[in-house]
Design a protein around this ligand. Structure first.
Ligand SMILES: [Mn+2]
Length: 311
């Protein structure tokens, strides 16, 4: 396995300068290389570092099952390779917005356990859609989801307090309608953050989800504004960013520069069918284009760095 030749987090100072130029750390979410959600992440961490990424995203619902020894080893591997690690979580079996008090309680307790694991690994960001159950829907006839938002916000307040005790920021991912019924747009996210009222609460926008739900991508980024604390990149079909897709990357990076976004810009592509992860994200055809996966994302990373520097 080739080692990363030089740590170059953020690549600050390169390029022509200019106040809008983006020097953000660029990360990769582990699922690009993994077949299953439950993995030890080591291969993904090594690949991300070797390919020149500055950060790696892993699954909070995975590390919560790790022994302390395994958590230490994973954290040290990323540190040694110069990668910043961030964490993502979703709720599959519990729902902090549910009408059922038990489900809400279990959901809050589960996210708090994940926060303990993230803190143990010295993480400072937990992102995800744990404001409700992944793939949840509202009952037929409901035209006002305020009660769901209120119940969720109560649980989220407790989650944010626990996160603050660990010095962790919480970043809620806005998802498309097929994956959540609660927060589908940046505007809904901003309203929800206001309901919760916690200083360490922000938003995660993802170009794939935005492309489905938002009027315009730059408009959504502007709406999130200073609340934006994490960002996911993918084409409209979840391919890696590149000149062949129809997401207007120049407009996206310009908008991120305008709101002063300083967080991680994280790749979250899905291109391999037939795996547990591919099936879970409903990928029913091969998007690799017959290319070696590492070469494919290496080219995409070069494209993204170039477009960010020009934004
Ligand atoms: Mn995402």
């Amino acid at each position: 396995m080739p080692e990363k030749s030089a740590g170059e987090p953020g690549r600050a100072g390169e390029g022509e300068g200019g106040d809008a130029m983006m020097n953000n750390k660029v990360g990769a979410y582990f699922t690009y290389w993994a077949e299953k959600y439950n993995t030890d992440y080591d291969i993904c961490v090594r690949k991300a570092a070797a390919l020149g990424f500055d950060a790696i995203g892993v699954r909070g619902t995975g590390i919560v099952e790790f022994s302390d020894g395994k958590k230490d080893a994973t954290r040290r591997l990323a540190e040694d390779l110069g990668l910043k690690m961030n964490f993502v979580a979703a709720l599959a079996d519990h729902d902090i917005a549910s009408e059922d008090a038990d489900s809400r309680r279990r959901g809050v307790e589960y996210v708090k356990r994940i926060l303990d694991a993230v803190a143990y690994m010295k993480g400072d960001l937990l992102a995800g859609s744990f404001y409700s159950r992944w793939h949840g829907a509202l009952p037929a006839g409901v035209t006002d989801k305020t009660p769901w938002l209120e119940r969720s916000a109560r649980g989220m307040r407790e989650i944010c307090r626990a996160a603050a005790d660990h010095g962790i920021r919480v970043s809620l991912e806005i998802l498309n309608r097929y994956e959540t019924c609660l927060l589908n747009t940046a505007a809904e996210g901003v309203d929800y953050v206001g309901r919760v009222g916690a200083d360490n609460l922000g938003l995660l926008l993802d170009t794939f989800h935005m492309n489905i739900e938002e009027d315009t991508l730059p408009g959504a980024i502007g709406t999130a504004g200073r609340l934006l604390s994490h960002f996911h990149l993918g084409e409209a079909n979840r391919d890696v960013p590149g000149p062949g897709g129809h997401i207007d990357w120049d407009a996206v990076f310009k908008a991120l520069g305008r709101v002063g976004y300083g967080g991680i810009v994280e790749f979250e592509p899905f291109v391999v069918m037939g795996t547990e992860i591919g099936g879970n994200v409903r990928l029913w055809r091969d998007l690799s284009g017959g290319m070696d996966l590492d070469e494919k994302i290496r080219r995409s990373l070069a494209f993204v760095r170039e477009r960010m520097a020009a934004a």
